[in-house]
Design a protein around this ligand. Structure first.
Ligand SMILES: [Ca+2]
Ligand SMILES: [Ca+2]
Length: 417
């Protein structure tokens, strides 16, 4: 199975995910800010977290197809939604329920969107497909903790392999953005990321006002290998993409909100800033280092256990003023956590800093980070596929010192809020 030679389709990921499932409902103890806080709930392979703007709740996405609500410090027993009946997760895959975004008018409309993998069309030779679907909350969206499981499938695309399924949905200016990987296998064997006719290996976007089904995507950017996690800076609208590399380089791409789209981020002609050795450009592809290819704002080589970037988010919360404007990102395999500050005027990533040592160690250590996202107030949340959800602890002295912080980074507290 040559496709499974791809280092990014790590059997360990599947194995660990299965293990997380097995341990999913066991309670565990954890500490936060020095105090012992019992964690009454641990999640089953959580992949993402999100909240409507201004909402105090946090919605935790579990890979199998369940969304749970964290409210007033506790996870509610009844799921917000359970679509595990239609989520397909082949063994050793990167599939599942991977993305959630609430409509900007969620408080009125109750609309939210999910991205997940379901069964494909076997008659066409596909066992897996990706779907973008629209759902609505039941009752008053501002207070309802239950959603209607009936969905409207807006977009579907067949997945030729079980990896590089992308996974994030985000909304900016009336458009719903989706990142899709190149279809899987090592070295983009079907040459999709540079192929304008394929939706794979792209950033797509959908006009939220579309009425006809299925929704028609617009290609926003191409040349991506697996933009598993991306985000928009809630202050500037700038786009940050963590594009998972092949076997050498992990990269962060960024573009300003006023970028008109149409960028080519290079894969599979280049892996990060290096020429990717797949025998030279294929027909229709630019040469390595062609001026049309946009290089990452930051990259790191596989070293010391790093192997798969987890794109994160720019901190725009209020609890840790000194961190504002820093982009947090991580590495799934090593659980290292970095920040950088992107100078959007020069395009240069400044102040790249490895923060790993500032986070909990030992039993409370972060493992398998699959998302760094924001809650409804813009505070950061880190999701560990192993089962924990972490919140960034507000820095000490925030109030007393009027925003001048003594501590650079207090760390993520391991707690289910
Ligand atoms: Ca690239
Ligand atoms: Ca190629």
């Amino acid at each position: 199975m040559p496709r499974f030679e791809d280092s990014k389709l790590r059997p360990r990921r599947g194995v660990v995910a299965a293990l997380a499932f097995a341990l999913s409902m066991q309670a565990s103890a954890a500490s936060a800010q020095g105090a012992a806080v019992p964690v009454a709930f641990s999640f089953s392979a959580p992949t993402y977290a999100a909240a409507p703007a201004g909402d105090a709740r946090l919605f935790i996405v579990e890979r199998a197809g369940v969304i749970r609500v964290l409210q007033d410090g506790a996870a509610l027993g009844t799921p917000f939604l359970d679509i595990s009946d239609r989520v397909a997760i082949p063994p050793f895959s990167e599939a599942g329920l991977l993305g959630l975004v609430f409509a900007p008018d969620y408080t009125q409309s109750g609309v939210f969107f999910l991205y997940y993998t379901g069964d494909g069309d076997p008659s066409a030779g596909f066992t897996l497909e990706s779907r973008v679907s629209r759902f609505t909350a039941s009752g008053d969206p501002a207070t309802s903790n239950v959603a209607d499981p009936q969905e409207t499938i807006l977009f579907r695309v067949e997945q030729p392999a079980f990896n590089h399924n992308g996974g994030t949905l985000a909304i900016r200016d009336g458009w719903l953005y989706l990142g899709l990987g190149d279809g899987g296998g090592a070295g983009d064997p079907e040459e999709r990321a540079q192929n304008d006719a394929s939706p794979l290996g792209k950033m797509l976007r959908f006009d939220l006002s579309q009425q006809a089904l299925p929704w028609t995507p617009e290609t926003w950017a191409k040349g991506l290998r697996n933009p598993f996690r991306f985000s928009f800076d809630r202050s500037t609208g700038d786009l940050y993409i963590g594009d998972v590399g092949q076997s050498a380089i992990e990269e962060i791409d960024a573009e300003r909100a006023d970028t008109p789209g149409g960028r080519n981020y290079g894969w599979d002609v280049m892996e990060g800033s290096r020429c990717f050795p797949d025998g030279g450009p294929d027909p229709g592809e630019p040469e390595c280092n062609d001026a049309s290819l946009v290089l990452p704002i930051h990259e790191y080589a596989h070293d010391g256990g790093t192997c798969s970037v987890t794109g994160g988010a720019v901190y725009r919360g209020s609890a840790s003023p000194s961190l504002r404007g820093l982009y947090f990102f991580s590495d799934f395999c090593s659980a290292r956590i970095w920040t950088l500050r992107w100078n959007r005027a020069t395009g240069i990533a400044e102040d790249v800093s490895d923060r790993t040592g500032e986070f909990p160690t030992g039993a409370a250590a972060i493992s398998q980070p699959v998302a760094i996202t924001e809650d409804g107030a813009g505070e950061l949340v880190l999701v560990s596929l192993s089962g924990s959800v972490y919140r960034l602890i507000p820095e000490p002295g925030t109030t007393l010192l009027g925003g001048v912080a003594l501590s650079v980074l207090a760390g993520f507290a391991r707690r289910a809020r």
